[in-house]
Ligand binder design. Structure first.
Ligand code: NAD
Ligand code: ZN
Length: 360
């Protein structure tokens, strides 16, 4: 048995208001006056001085606002990297991502592609990155994906939706300030929070589970139950707990894998551009055969928060469309093996997937 040797985020600050320390954290990391810090910030914070006025820009430092209507694309990374390299006098001192899973993944990918030649799509897969990334910092403003802690940055390329999984992907520094999540709209809070819940279910019921993953997964699962079912929690407690649930959920899948919901959701994302959080919810709602207890609890949470999921999204699809989604989903072999064991192909047949997609 060859055990995996995973990197972890080496530095983390946790606390309400800790975002105020951003300038002190970055100062010692500045390489020179010609090596700027590049802040990639979710577009939702454009014109929001509550957040942006706390960032002290010096020399050639720059903020780039990132739209999040669509999930990250490999071409988008290539364009951003080109723009940054062309404008900076020297290689930047660091990339700081401030936002949800979309912006955090873009920050990780840009930091990698600044030091690795070629195009981002060349690195989609496992351990293809050759050179260490530049210094990169992740600051989540919505909780659930675990992107702040994971070893991957999920990108949609011309041929596939697949992460750049590498030892150079994790952030060098994370700042967890739950106050940054205070204005997340309810629906989005639920969808991204359920990403965390689904990470727990898929990890805890998977065949890859070990005590390392289990200890993180159980903690995240407990926190999710409190956050989504306990009325007595204050808003502030709930935001802090979800931030830690996201972290633990991410740590749980680091040493195991996700499962059926993620595989099918990647199919929806690839063909229809359906975003990760809501896509996972749409899929998970129909997975009672695979995750009976997890789905029952999900439905309870959904009802409690009055969440109406879109219906009939696959109603007008062609055979070709279904086949594309099925191909993307079945291509994610480790996810199926984790969910169903070595003989997963006997259970997860194209016909079974088609009938699941037809229900959505
Ligand atoms: P997101 O980053 O797209 O954000 C969702 C929405 O919430 C956006 O409209 C954004 O503007 C808004 N938002 C974010 N913070 C806000 C705030 N404080 N106030 C108001 N609005 C706010 O969504 P997400 O669910 O966080 O991330 C999804 C992405 O994460 C997908 O691209 C998915 O592939 C990726 N992902 C990555 C990993 C990983 O390990 N790298 C894991 C899971 C998902
Ligand atoms: Zn996920």
């Amino acid at each position: 048995m060859n055990y995996k040797n995973f990197p972890m985020v080496p530095r983390v600050i946790f606390g309400r208001g800790s975002f105020n320390q951003i300038n002190d954290v970055l100062a010692p990391k500045r390489k020179s006056i010609n090596a700027p810090f590049i802040f990639l910030i979710d577009d939702v914070f454009r014109g929001n001085p509550w957040l942006t006025s706390r960032i002290e820009l010096a020399y050639d430092d720059k903020i780039i606002f990132i739209p999040t209507k669509e999930e990250p694309k490999t071409e988008q990374i290539d364009t951003l990297v080109e723009e940054i390299i062309l404008q900076a006098k020297e290689r930047p001192s660091g990339i700081i991502g401030i936002g949800g899973g979309t912006v955090l993944d873009i920050a990780k990918a840009v930091a990698i592609m600044i030091t690795n030649s070629g195009e981002a799509k060349d690195y989609q897969g496992w351990d293809l990155v050759k050179n260490p990334a530049i210094y990169h910092v992740g600051i989540p403003t919505i909780s659930g994906t675990g992107a702040e802690v994971s070893r991957t940055t999920v990108l949609t390329g011309p041929e596939k939706k697949l992460g750049i999984n590498s030892d150079f992907t994790p952030f060098d520094q994370v700042i967890l300030d739950s106050e940054l999540t205070k204005d997340v709209p309810k629906e989005q809070w639920f969808y991204t929070g359920m990403d965390c819940y689904i990470h727990c279910i898929e990890s805890l019921t998977g065949t890859f589970l070990n005590e390392f993953s289990k200890s993180y997964g159980e903690k995240a699962f407990e926190l999710c139950k409190q956050i989504f079912l306990d009325d007595t929690l204050s808003k502030r407690d709930s935001q802090e707990k979800l931030m830690m649930a996201s972290w633990h959920g991410g740590m749980s899948i680091a040493y195991s894998q996700v499962g059926v919901a993620h595989a099918l959701s990647y199919g929806l994302a690839f063909l229809l551009g359906i975003k990760h959080g809501i896509g996972n919810c749409i899929v998970f709602d129909h997975l009672e055969d695979f995750y009976p207890e997890g789905v029952a609890l999900f439905k309870k949470m959904k009802a409690k928060h009055d969440i109406e999921l879109p219906q009939g999204i696959c109603a007008n699809l062609s055979d070709n469309d279904f086949n594309t989604m099925i191909k993307v989903a079945l291509g994610l072999e480790p996810l199926w093996e984790n969910a169903l064991g070595k003989n997963w192909q006997n259970i997860a047949t194209p016909e079974r997937l088609r009938s699941l997609y037809e229900k959505m």
